[in-house]
Design a protein around this ligand. Structure first.
Ligand SMILES: [Cu+2]
Length: 169
């Protein structure tokens, strides 16, 4: 009986750990890391930052502004991106930070609408998955709930495991 208990507990701990790990697998990338989202030291800074990373469905990017006024403006086409087109798509004021979920394979274009920041290089291309897919719906607001939802799912899985252990013994 003790052997079966140990086996059951061990199995459930492994299963729960798997769920917890799964919940953490989605990555939130802080755009520009320590630099944050600002006018970069060189014009290709953010494009290089993004090209060095692999973005998958479920990941998020977090625009964190430490100095000055900036926006995270998403435009739809490469042409709009190249031309630093403003007032197209969705514009988020990067005050306290903006988190944008990457919830579909697509190539997405972000830039700052303030002054000439975009021309100075505050722009970035994010390829999610294979980069092929419909552009995002701009009706979707930035998500702040995703991390806590994932944590809640993991917590409920742990609770369920505990209940199962209780009834098995
Ligand atoms: Cu800016």
């Amino acid at each position: 009986m003790a052997g079966r208990l140990s086996f059951t507990v061990g199995f459930l701990i492994v299963a729960s750990a798997g769920l917890l790990h799964g919940a953490c697998a989605a990555t939130t990338y802080i755009v520009g890391d320590d630099l944050g989202w600002t006018v970069p030291p060189k014009s290709t800074y953010y494009e290089e930052w993004a090209s060095q990373r692999t973005f998958q469905i479920g990941d998020s990017i977090f625009f964190n502004s430490t100095t000055g006024n900036h926006t995270a403006t998403e435009v739809v086409t490469r042409e709009e991106y190249d031309n630093c087109t403003k007032m197209v798509g969705s514009i988020f004021d990067v005050g306290a930070g903006v988190q944008i979920p990457l919830n579909a394979n697509a190539t997405r274009y972000f830039l700052c609408s303030e002054g000439i920041h975009c021309v100075q290089g505050q722009k970035m291309i994010i390829q999610v998955g294979d980069g092929i897919g419909a552009p995002p719906s701009f009706a979707a607001p930035p998500s702040f709930a995703a991390p806590s939802l994932a944590a809640a799912t993991a917590a409920s899985a742990l609770f369920f495991s505990t209940v199962v252990i209780f009834f098995l013994n």
